[in-house]
Design a protein around this ligand. Structure first.
Ligand SMILES: C[S@@+](CC[C@H](N)C(=O)[O-])C[C@H]1O[C@@H](n2cnc3c(N)ncnc32)[C@H](O)[C@@H]1O
Length: 281
C-alpha cells in the first residue's frame, strides 16, 4: 500500500493551499493556453460522442469550469473535503452534472473502464515518487480503452537550476522582478535541484527549507523584510519532482502520448508540460 503518512501530510497541506489558490498563478496551476489545449480535445470529443463521463483527480476549479461549460457528467475524486469545498467556491459556472467523491486515488472507489476522460493537474506532486507507477496504473484501470487522460505536470528542469546564493543575488539585484507572482514562482522552482532542498533519493523538493533559509537571512538583516512576502511560499510543503524525460518514460509504460504542449508565454512555464494520453491496451 502506498505511503499513508505522506498522503496524510499532503491532506493537511491542501487544507491551507486551497485557500491560497486564487493568489497562485501558473506554473503551479493550469495556464490559459493549457486550458485552451484541453478544451479543443474536449470539444472534439463532445462532437463525436454523447454522454461523456469525466473524472477529475483533485479539485482543480479551472478543469471543473471547463467540464461545466460542456455539461459533462463529472466525478471529482479528492481525499480532502475541506479542500474540495474551498475549490468549489472558486468555480464561476457550476456543473449540475458534477458529483464529489471523497476518497483516495490509491483505493479508487470506482468501477474499471468507466471514464472517457480523466483530468488531473500536478496530481502526482501529492504522492511519493516510488508510488508513481501504481498511481498511473490506477488511472489506466478506470479509464475506458477509448478514453483520454488530460494531464498537466510540473517537472524538474536541470538546465534551469540556480543555487540559493544566485537566487538571493538575483533578488538583491532586482527585487522588483519578484513582485510578479509568476516570476517569483518560476525563480523558486529554479532552486528545486539544490542539494540543500532536494532529496536525490526521494526526489522531494522541500519548500519549507527554502522558506526557513530566507527567514534566517531576514532575521540576520542580510535580506530586507519584503523578502518574506516576495520569496517565501509560507507553507509547510514538500513535493516530489523529476525531470521530464523520466516522467515521460514512466507514463509511456501505461499510456501513449497523443498530443502534448509546453506553454511558452513566460519563462516560469519551462517547468510545465501538458499532454493528451491514451491508455495502452
Ligand atoms: C491534484 S492536487 C494539485 C492541485 C490541483 N490542481 C487541484 O486539484 O487542486 C491537489 C488535490 O489533490 C488532493 N489529493 C492529494 N493526494 C490525494 C490522494 N492520495 N487521494 C485523493 N486526493 C488527493 C488534495 O486534497 C488536493 O485537493
Amino acid at each position: 500500500m502506498p505511503d499513508k503518512k505522506f498522503t496524510q501530510k499532503m491532506k493537511q497541506n491542501w487544507k491551507d493551499i486551497a485557500r491560497k489558490w486564487q493568489s497562485y498563478t501558473p506554473p503551479v496551476k493550469p495556464s490559459k493556453a493549457e486550458l485552451y489545449f484541453y478544451e479543443q480535445k474536449i470539444k472534439k470529443l463532445t462532437q463525436k460522442q454523447k454522454n461523456l463521463k469525466a473524472l477529475v483527480l483533485g479539485a482543480t476549479p479551472e478543469f471543473r469550469g471547463l467540464l461545466a461549460k460542456y455539461k459533462i457528467d463529472t466525478t471529482i475524486l479528492d481525499n480532502n473535503k475541506i479542500s474540495v469545498q474551498a475549490m468549489t467556491s472558486l468555480i464561476k459556472k457550476k456543473n449540475p452534472k458534477e458529483k464529489v467523491k471523497i476518497g483516495n486515488w490509491f483505493k479508487i472507489p470506482l468501477k474499471p473502464k468507466t471514464f472517457d476522460l480523466v483530468l488531473s493537474d500536478t496530481a502526482q506532486d501529492n504522492i511519493k515518487y516510488k508510488d508513481f507507477p501504481k498511481f498511473f496504473e490506477n488511472i489506466h484501470k478506470v479509464i475506458k480503452p477509448t478514453g483520454f487522460w488530460l494531464s498537466g505536470h510540473v517537472h524538474l528542469e536541470k538546465k534551469n537550476y540556480i543555487t540559493f546564493k544566485t537566487y538571493i543575488k538575483m533578488y538583491h539585484t532586482n527585487p522588483k522582478e519578484f513582485k510578479s507572482k509568476q516570476t517569483a514562482i518560476g525563480r523558486f522552482f529554479q532552486l528545486a535541484y539544490e542539494p540543500e532542498f532536494y532529496n536525490y533519493k526521494t526526489r522531494i523538493f522541500n519548500f519549507t527549507k527554502v522558506d526557513a533559509k530566507v527567514k534566517q537571512l531576514v532575521k540576520k538583516g542580510q535580506l530586507p523584510k519584503p523578502a518574506l512576502k516576495d520569496l517565501c511560499f509560507n507553507i509547510d510543503y514538500a513535493q516530489p519532482i523529476i525531470p521530464l524525460p523520466e516522467l515521460i518514460s514512466l507514463l509511456n509504460k501505461k499510456f501513449k502520448i497523443l498530443d502534448q504542449m509546453q506553454d511558452k508565454s513566460h519563462p516560469a512555464m519551462i517547468i510545465r508540460w501538458s499532454a493528451v494520453l491514451k491508455p495502452r491496451t
